[in-house]
Structure formats: structure tokens, C-alpha cells
Write a protein that binds this ligand. Structure first.
Ligand code: PEP
Ligand code: MN
Length: 348
């Protein structure tokens, strides 16, 4: 961190900055220049409270020279993190991984039926919300524990891994008992007690970008999970709020290469919530794979007009099959491949 002093800062001002930095437990090195002096703060471990320095007399600005996050950064760990699931799926390597399923678990017939179709089409991870964080309190809130049990039944029937959301810290243990990956949704990206709790859950975590969150805020949210000792975090770009009402959100595809450069963690894209419109899901899914996403999370429903949530953005199963064929070609064009399909029921 570099503290740039005003051109008229006095020696006392500079000495005070040096004293405060040393009082915080770091080393300070004044760097005199032609116009002004800068003070280097040495040994920044990411915990420096720059507000303490910004308010001092004679300080013009404080410039961070290291990232505010540590363990999620490429500086901390150069090699890509690869997360291995019990069913053999590897997230974060050269494979492009497909997570697919309905927005919400609605019944045994719905979830087991769609899981069988999706498994045969090549998806290896089943998504489906049992606890739904809905914008309106009057919308379908999910089947709760029964939904988790139905997801477990679908896993048994197909060999697919299960990703499903935990919406509060107290609910994490129950979700972690049933899920292969615990999801933290966009609305909860900055729910710090929840992040800390999933950091101790002993399961990989899928962390979705908040709808108004910057990339740095997403990475700092992930840092909470890693700081608790859980390094198996998958980041998910799911669209951010924009000013245009033609789509539900703006899928920020640039976030994919940006995050790949900044972090070793896998980054996937959710073109379903990212667009909110069925006809826009496939083009953006293709684009996300081309942009380097390690996987996709796609909502697919056996009968979208009857879906209890997000039917308008859910693909029909045959559309998902078309998408699989297209992204296989795109993945190969950039030196990747789709994750190997699961071959038979109960592969685990
Ligand atoms: C979901 O994936 O089920 C979901 C609610 O998405 P998001 O948190 O991105 O809105
Ligand atoms: Mn949804």
C-alpha cells in the first residue's frame, strides 16, 4: 500500500503517518519525490484498515498495490483449483461441466424424471432448489427437507451429483447432509454468517455473484469461505442489474476472463438467471463456454409452462440436448471438452 502525501504536507504529517503505520504493526518507508513524498506500507497481509490512514492530515490518497483478497487470488495459488466430486466430475480442469435441472424441486416424478433425461443427455450435476429465496414472500418457497430427500433419490437413480441452495446459516448442515455442492445464492452473496458457515460445512460451495456485486466483492465473499478452511469454492456469474429491461439481468461475460486472471477458483456461468428469457439462454450459454467458463448452470424443466418457479427461462429438455451438441464443438475449439457423461444408473 502506498500513501501519497499532499505537496504541502509537513515533516510532522509524514512522521505521523509513519507512526500510525508502525502502530498498526507494519513497516513504513517514506519515499521523497520532486513534488511530494509517498510512504510505502510494507508487509500488508490484507488486514490493513486504510481508513485509519486516509483521515490523517497531509494525506492525499491511499493506493492499494496488492489485492484486498488473499487466498482466492492467483498470487496466492498459481494453479487452477480442481474440485473432485464423488461421481467423478471434476470442476475447474479442462472439462466443461454441465449442471442442469429445474429451478425448484416440485415432486418425485418431476425431479427423478428430469434427472434421468439430463443424465442421458450428458449433464453430470443436477440442480434444483429445495429452499427457494424468492423475491416475493407469496411465491413458491420450495419443498424444504422433502425436496432434499427427493434430490437424494434422483442422485441414487442417476449417479448425478446434486447442487442445491442453503438460505441461512442454521440450514447449512441439513443441506450439506444431502448435497454434493452447497449453493449460496445471489441474494445471499454478502450474508457473512452464511458464508462462514458454508466454509465449515465440509462440502464444495457454489457461490453466485450478487446482482449488484462487483467482481472484487464476489472474490472477497469467496475469501470468507476459504478463510474458514474450505478451498472448494466454485464462482458463478449469473447476471447483474442493468438499466435495460429487455432481459432480467445482464450476464457479465467479461467477468469470466477477468476472474480467471485474478483467481485460481473455477468460474461457471448461469445463463438462465443471467437472461431470464428462454430464447436467450442458449446463445449466452454458448458465449459463456467460448469465454472460458468452467461450466454452466442451466434451468431445464420437463414442462416449463407448468413450472412453479422460473418457467419462462427454463429450457425444454430437447433444447438442452441441442445446447449440449453445440457447446461440445465450442469447447473442443478452445482445447477443452465436455465432462465425460455418466454411463448408467447408480454410477457412484
Ligand atoms: C437459483 O439458482 O436457484 C437462484 C435462485 O439463482 P440466483 O441466486 O442467481 O438468483
Ligand atoms: Mn431459478
Amino acid at each position: 500500500m502506498l500513501i501519497v502525501m499532499k505537496h504541502n504536507a509537513s515533516t510532522d504529517h509524514i512522521d505521523r503517518v509513519v507512526d500510525v503505520i508502525r502502530d498498526m504493526g507494519y513497516d513504513a518507508r517514506p519515499i521523497p519525490g520532486g513534488q511530494r513524498t509517498a510512504v510505502g506500507l510494507i508487509g500488508n497481509d490484507g488486514r490493513v484498515d486504510s481508513a485509519r490512514i486516509e483521515g490523517l492530515d497531509g494525506v492525499l490518497e491511499v493506493i492499494p498495490v496488492t489485492q484486498p483478497y488473499k487466498q482466492v487470488s492467483r498470487e496466492w495459488k498459481e494453479d487452477d483449483t480442481i474440485i473432485r466430486l464423488d461421481n467423478g466430475t471434476r470442476i475447474g480442469g479442462t472439462d466443461v461441466v454441465l449442471m442442469a435441472g429445474p429451478c425448484a424441486v416440485e415432486s418425485e416424478e418431476q425431479i427423478v424424471g428430469i434427472a434421468e433425461v439430463l443424465r442421458d443427455q450428458g449433464a453430470t450435476i443436477l440442480r434444483g432448489g429445495a429452499f427457494k429465496p424468492r423475491t416475493s414472500p407469496y411465491s413458491f418457497q420450495g419443498l424444504g427437507k422433502e425436496g432434499l430427500e427427493l434430490l437424494a433419490r434422483a442422485r441414487e437413480a442417476t449417479g448425478m451429483a446434486v447442487v442445491t441452495e442453503a438460505i441461512d446459516p442454521d440450514g447449512v448442515d441439513l443441506v450439506a447432509e444431502y448435497a454434493d455442492i452447497v449453493q449460496v445464492g445471489a441474494r445471499n452473496m454478502q450474508n457473512y454468517p452464511l458464508l462462514r458457515r458454508v466454509g465449515r460445512a465440509g462440502k464444495p460451495v457454489l457461490l453466485k455473484r450478487g446482482m449488484s456485486a462487483t467482481i472484487d466483492e464476489l472474490l472477497l465473499a469467496a475469501e470468507y469461505i476459504l478463510a474458514e478452511g474450505n478451498g472448494d469454492v466454485i464462482l458463478c456469474e449469473r447476471g447483474v442489474r442493468g438499466f435495460d429491461n429487455h432481459t432480467r439481468n445482464i450476464l457479465d461475460l467479461t467477468a469470466i476472463p477477468v476472474i480467471r486472471a485474478l483467481s485460481h477458483l473455477p468460474i461457471i456461468a448461469d445463463p438462465s438467471h443471467g437472461t431470464g428469457i428462454r430464447s436467450k439462454v442458449i446463445p449466452m450459454a454458448r458465449a459463456a463456454v467460448a469465454a472460458g467458463a468452467d461450466g454452466l448452470m442451466v434451468e431445464v424443466h420437463p414442462d416449463p409452462p407448468r413450472a412453479l418457479s422460473d418457467g419462462a427461462q427454463s429450457l425444454y429438455p430437447q433444447q438442452f440436448e441441442e445446447l449440449m451438441g453445440q457447446i461440445r464443438v465450442i469447447a473442443r475449439a478452445i482445447g477443452r471438452d465436455l465432462a465425460a457423461p455418466l454411463t448408467s444408473a447408480g454410477v457412484v
